[in-house]
Ligand binder design. Sequence first.
Ligand code: URA
Length: 431
Amino acid sequence: MYDIIAKKRDGGVLSDEEIQFFITSYVAGEIPDYQASALLMAIFLRGMTPHETAQLTMCMAHSGDMVDLSAIDGIKVDKHSTGGVGDKTTLIVAPIVASLGVKVAKMSGRGLGHTGGTIDKMESIPGLHTDLDRARFFEIVRRVGCCVVGQTGNLVPADKKLYALRDVTATVNCIPLIASSIMSKKIAAGSDCILLDVKTGSGAFMKTVEDSIKLAQAMVEIGEHVGRQTVALITDMDRPLGCNIGNAIEIEEVCSTLHGEGPEDLTEVCLDLAANMLYLAGKGAPTACRALARGQIANGQGFAKFCEMAAAQGGNPAVLENPALFPKAAAEYDVPAAADGWITAMDTEKCGIASVELGAGREQKGDPVDYSAGIVLLKKTGDCVCRGEPIARFYAADKQKCVSAAQLFEGAVSIGQEAPAPVPLVHARVS
Ligand code: URA
């Protein structure tokens, strides 16, 4: 291990055997954290070639269970988002593409910090389970076409150990390490093709379009190296996606979007994501696939598939047909505009933190989540507002939570005297 650290410290290229040795021995507990930390820092400073990054990814993917989806007929397409605020796209695009015959066997995560998690949103549907065993997961994907579960089994233990170490050694923000961390989990999850939604902006892990493109390129290159066709879209997270930030209220927005009545930004991003998943599954060129996806909203089949998936996972589809049946928060609170003018920016990370304050997210792993809490944005970036007019409605278990979240939220909203220039929803496509 000493020689491997020294080689990377001096800018050398690690061999496949050296990378394999590092991952296998570290997961087995045979390499101490101080040596693993030294190697991570050397990688942080010196970088990795595309071949080294691909080898690291594959060794990490094989460090635990590999899901074998070959028992399910057809092309399986996975989707991954690097995380954002108001990002409920999986629950819209998975049913749309499944309603066109493309299988989606998706493992998702819970919310942490300012970013929400698909699993929490799904569990706000009364009765719905995301902790299904492998046999039940496969049965639902086969029968319904899509299923979204939490991570089960011993998937990529190398990433769990390495991420915890990176978190405390200032080595998280390193493109080969981020790319191998994300792609190892996608590869272990077993799908044939992968669509990556790399978020960019104030609510995203990557704050600039340039960095987001670099990360996307690294991940697409790994996909190519290991024979999994991968496409990435760089999508905007400089404002929350859609209007609702929370759990049950995001499910309401999933339903309205699948009915063709959702916010324009969310609808457009979902159509682009669905189009690229369909393209990866061989359904045609992205523009033709976008029209197919739009058709599944117009003919109601996307919504019907979402209800079918929720019911298969034990959820009560009555709340999807009539979201007024979702349990309601005890306190409601309107946040007024502080001035006349245009909303020129919304610091999206701060909006996410305000939603955590309301109870919709968690500060620490394992914290409970209040499914009925959250924020409905009545105005967004680019909208004209009058002083005192409500710009957001908060939902929480009590008024005090709303008052402290309002202080955070007010700091997130900038109002100016000129309308801001429009910003694209999809900044780039990397394939
Ligand atoms: N998300 C991941 O899964 N891994 C990283 O390293 C960073 C973000």
